[in-house]
Ligand binder design. Sequence first.
Ligand code: G6P
Length: 369
Amino acid sequence: EQAEKDGYAHYMLKEIHEQPRALRNTMTGRIDEAQKKVIFPTLQLTPESVQKLEKIYIVACGTAYHAGVIGKQVIERLAHIPVEVDVASEFRYRQPLFQKNTLTIVVSQSGETADTLAALREAKRNGSAVLAITNVVGSSIAREADDVITTNAGPEIAVASTKAYTSQLIGFYLLGLYLAQGKETVDQQARAEVLSALQELPDQVEAILAHADGIRQYAESIKEENQLFFLGRGLDYAVSMEGSLKLKEISYIHSEAYAAGELKHGTLALIEEGTRVIALSTQADLYEKMVSNITEVKARGAVVLGIALANNMELHRSVDEVCLIPVTNELLTPVLSVIPLQLIAYYTSVALGHDVDRPRNLAKSVTVE
Ligand code: G6P
């Protein structure tokens, strides 16, 4: 087993460090450099059928669901198609409405999650085309879907998903760009810019991983806490959900991700002297709003770690500590901002002496309902 961990203390740390390669492998063969286009030669979903799509459902569980929450925003913003995102165990029983030109996207690392498979079958029974984003070729979900985009992350052993998640995000960016190609309402220049920034991400993830020492110290400082809050807006909120899940899964510290604008409607009551908050603030158009939310929690005594892009020269004035990530296109920030959150969860779990790769009560793949 030690050999399989490649010298890393845990599978999770190994998999965190494998992300640059996983992201590159997920892009390989899918980008036509000359034409600045995404290509999916095997998809039945052709450029013509794409034009007719009226609605998309994204359905998944756990971390894959969190990738879907980002996927919704990515597809809506890149390709201008309305998207609804659901957890599979809700979707399968809520009698969703299927219009004529609906596409259902199921996301699953293992391709075997019982609720996600049942949701896929429900969609097919209702005449929807199904596209799977999965890491396991030949899995039940891959076999039953009409179309498959494989994430080439390689086997993921640790229960807490890391490289599968960021590879699913790459899958959604590629798909969003594919759906946007040739669409009249889409600014094709902006689309090409996202495509070229996408290809920078693996190197940028590598750069974050090379400077992880500060994150280790931060983890040490939160290990005695019994609760922690993640705040963000838009894409940052979606990443917060994943950061909070990671921390819960392996450190057993209670945490909650909150849409920062909702603070006043409840969570603010829980903020007191010393409460630890992680505030993501990578989106320029939401920046002032986030600063005002940060000021609100600081006024109640919160101790705040801010996560922002490296060209942000201001946030340090509003928070206690900052963690800066490389500058990228705003739509792509989740792939970078989640890396420090994965590392915080990992190092906190290690500091507490927990079984990082096999957290209590959880399984890697949930194949029963
Ligand atoms: C379990 C795992 C999670 C995973 C979820 C969905 O809860 O512990 O890491 O996100 O199942 O799994 P899937 O294989 O469908 O992505």
